[in-house]
Design a protein around this ligand. Structure first.
Ligand SMILES: [Zn+2]
Length: 300
């Protein structure tokens, strides 16, 4: 891996003079494939917590590590070292796990990927999860919270879908509804992604307040886990929120997803003159917010 470092004097940006000498920290612009650089970080940066950029293009300074095991949770797949997030995310998970433990048949939460120690693009698996504000929670109800490291590596997650995600299967129950509802009712949560059949199942089962359903968004995959996305925390001025979803419970939209799964619409006619779609390329450091260069460890 070739890392080219360019050192710029921040004085050039802020004006030179003795008055600013104390803040003349070097801005180190890093060059390279971002996932290689962020994927090799093993600890958080020693900064105040600061999510930078966007969920699919960013990083996090000063992340906190979710304890591998707590009274009501276990982090899974520890070898990935993705149990890092913004302190609000860690707090959200811990609180949700307490509520989860109150649900019959469930001891708490099995927690999947949050972010890498400094966020950024991952070497595998996700486009988002880059700012420490996204977390995957396994859908299967934990029966015990003393899984060994090896078990956490090897235990397989349980799918909750049938018919390609149009419906839930027999593993789904009202405990999932209660858990997703508790998650969505946390005001820090922006949205939650889950397969369409689960959203429709919750739409049909909910007889009380429906406002939380707005945050439950049907999406591809997401039948082994659901994905929680937090809003940018207060004061995180370099963090960009996603555009808000349309008002309402979103149930009609989820029903349309289900119809499209069961009866896929014919493919759109191809415009022979349209430019060929480009394969998605890896994000480089130049794509990420500039501050993410400083979140990385100094080049060795
Ligand atoms: Zn996810």
């Amino acid at each position: 891996m070739r890392i080219v470092s360019v050192v710029l004097c921040s004085l050039l940006l802020t004006g030179c003079g003795p008055k600013v000498a104390s803040v003349a920290e070097k801005v180190v612009a890093r060059v390279g494939i971002a996932k290689s650089l962020f994927g090799s970080e093993t600890t958080a940066s020693r900064d105040a917590p600061n999510p930078l950029g966007f969920y699919t293009n960013g990083c996090i300074a000063g992340a906190e590590q979710l304890a591998e095991t707590g009274p009501t949770w276990q982090a899974m797949r520890l070898s990935r070292n993705r149990n890092w997030g913004h302190p609000e995310t860690i707090d959200f998970i811990e609180r949700l796990s307490k509520k989860a433990a109150q649900i019959p048949g469930r001891e708490g939460l099995y927690v999947g990927d949050i972010s890498q120690p400094r966020g950024g693009p991952m070497t595998s698996g996700h486009r988002s999860h880059q700012m420490g504000l996204d977390a995957d929670i396994w859908l299967v109800a934990p029966k015990r919270l003393n899984l060994t490291r090896t078990e956490r590596e090897n235990i397989s997650a349980t799918s909750m879908r049938r018919a390609g995600g149009a419906y839930t299967n027999s593993n789904w129950n009202e405990g999932h509804h209660a858990l997703l509802k508790a998650a969505a009712q946390d005001p820090r949560v922006a949205r939650i992604f889950i397969f369409p059949g689960a959203k429709v199942a919750m739409c049909n089962a909910e007889k009380g307040d429906r406002s939380w359903l707005n945050k439950i968004r049907p999406w591809y995959g997401h039948h082994y886990h659901f994905h929680v996305r937090l809003k940018c925390p207060a004061g995180a001025k370099w963090c960009e929120d996603q555009d808000p979803q349309p008002a309402g419970d979103g149930c009609a939209d989820a029903e349309q997803w289900v119809r499209d799964i069961l009866n896929p619409p014919p493919p759109k006619p191809v415009d022979p003159n349209a430019p060929k779609p480009q394969p998605r390329r890896d994000l480089t450091m130049a794509d990420l917010p500039q501050q993410c260069s400083n979140v990385l460890s100094p080049p060795r």
